[in-house]
Design a protein around this ligand. Structure first.
Ligand code: HEM
Ligand code: FES
Length: 435
């Protein structure tokens, strides 16, 4: 797609209901839109081609941003790869991995089904009416101080944890748990502190949501009502915490010199990105980015970080990775690949630690459980959605490859920059589900 044109949010003006063609092809319905799924498409591809605003990030089955609940239809087995048994049983699927064999009716995840496993690290105040729990969530939880988590026990009165930590300050969360009689409401908190004990929570939500609903489903229905299509995590996890961009780490010009004034850095990056582009878990993030660009940007970024010279003219990691749902685990995986590459190129353990220190500095700007908008100053750029645009010069449809002459109206995906021609986009209908 080569055309350049200004974009404006489309909101409600996606072409309505041309009746889906191809009677023999399955359809996928999400919210109130129905799209025919072409033989080479996933459910996510079809929805995006049709201008349906759905959450996604890696498109490789890694980040789970495209997790959806299947209300009707048969879930293809591959679409559930990597999901917990809990979600599989409840007919969840990853839209980016789903090649429907029959018509599917999909919906956003039901908040009551989304749980987070946490690991207990410390307990304070045993015997007192309020216990303080310190614990690490197994995925980044976006929360605000004062929000509540429901401790999932399977019992009728599941206790509530009040979050007291500050999202920007702490990796390990802190929360209070009421024990009016001095006796903890869950058995595993009685007696010796079970350091490393795993437990599940639901939330975070505003205090009144947990307090007012004994069934999380009730709470979730209130919370989600009227929400626009958007990221799952934002729906289930409340507002994003205020997050300021990090400053650069201290330069280490000695390391740059030791790495042959950057020549070893370039060799390492060429080798590293060759592996990244061939890697099942990482490659999909780089779709549409040439390897030369990735290497070049990373090289000048590292040069600036190590030498302190202003040679990098790209965005800071928080913005350049704004849409990428990267878990701690995925970042560790990338880190292990980098360390192995550095070893291969003869760096000493001490040099590897200094290199890793620079990359590790940015962890908090990279790891997240939902995309966040690109932000410059106070201005946030749109994260999701489509615009209807008239091409100022001829281009090609990114879905069927046909030529689109200048002056034609197309559907433009704000983040991907892809266009759907008239023949591809109108395969969308409202309330025309076949299944
Ligand atoms: C799993 C981890 C990571 C993934 C999946 C990832 C992915 C990507 C992708 C796809 C791009 C290209 C963006 C574009 O050109 O539009 C990129 C650019 C970049 N990444 Fe990462 N990255 C990861 C970790 C890191 C780390 C740890 C650092 C810090 C050293 C980093 C620094 C950068 C920089 C400086 C750019 C260039 C930004 C720009 O073009 O303005 N990335 N990354
Ligand atoms: S798992 Fe589907 S977009 Fe990442």
């Amino acid at each position: 797609m080569s055309a350049v044109f200004p974009v404006s949010p489309l909101s409600e003006s996606v072409p309505e209901s041309d009746v889906p063609s191809g009677k023999h092809l399955p359809h996928v319905r999400f919210l109130d839109r129905t799209v025919e799924v072409r033989p080479d498409e996933t459910a996510l591809d079809a929805l995006l081609r049709g201008g349906v605003d759905v959450a996604f990030s890696c498109r490789g089955g890694v980040c789970h941003a495209c997790l959806m609940h299947c209300r009707e239809g048969t879930v293809p087995g591959d679409a559930q790869r990597g999901l917990s048994d809990h979600l599989k049983e409840r007919k969840y699927l990853l839209a980016c991995q789903c090649r429907p064999t029959s018509t599917l009716v999909l919906e956003r995840p039901l908040p009551r089904d989304l749980r987070t496993t946490c690991v207990l690290t410390q307990v304070e105040g045993q015997g007192s009416p309020v216990l303080k729990l310190h614990f690490e969530p197994m995925r980044t939880l976006l929360y605000r101080t004062g929000q509540h988590l429901r401790l999932l026990t399977g019992g009728p009165d599941e206790p509530v944890l009040r979050l007291t930590s500050r999202p920007d300050d702490e990796w390990v969360l802190e929360a209070e748990l009421d024990c009016p009689t001095g006796e903890p409401p869950v058995a595993w908190l009685r007696g010796d502190v079970p350091f490393g004990h795993e437990f599940e929570v639901w939330g975070p939500v505003e205090p009144d949501v947990v307090a007012g609903a004994t069934d999380p489903c009730v709470a979730s229905c209130h919370q989600v009502a009227g929400e626009p299509a958007g990221d799952v995590a934002a729906v289930t996890q409340g507002e994003r915490p205020v997050h300021t961009e990090l400053d650069a780490p201290r330069p280490d010009p000695g390391l740059w010199r030791e790495l042959d004034e950057g020549r070893t850095v370039r060799r390492v990056l060429e080798d590293f990105y060759a592996q990244v582009y061939a890697d099942d878990r990482l490659a999909s993030f780089f779709e549409g980015v040439t390897m030369e660009r990735a290497i070049g940007k990373q090289y000048s970024f590292l040069q600036e970080m190590l030498t302190g010279e202003k040679v990098y003219f790209g965005e800071r990691p928080r913005n350049s990775h704004h849409w990428m749902v990267i878990s701690d685990e995925l970042l560790n995986y990338r880190q292990a690949l980098m360390v192995a590459t550095l070893e291969k190129h003869g760096l000493s353990p001490e040099q590897i630690a200094r290199w890793t220190r620079v990359e590790e500095h940015w962890r908090r700007d990279l790891v997240k459980s939902a995309p966040w908008p690109r932000k410059i100053g106070e201005f946030e750029f749109p994260l999701h959605g489509f615009a209807k645009e008239v091409l100022s010069e001829g281009s090609m449809c990114d879905h069927c490859g046909s030529e689109v002459p200048s002056g034609t109206e197309v559907l433009y995906h704000l983040r991907l920059g892809t266009i759907s021609c008239a023949a591809c986009a109108p395969a969308v209908g409202r309330d025309t589900a076949q299944g």
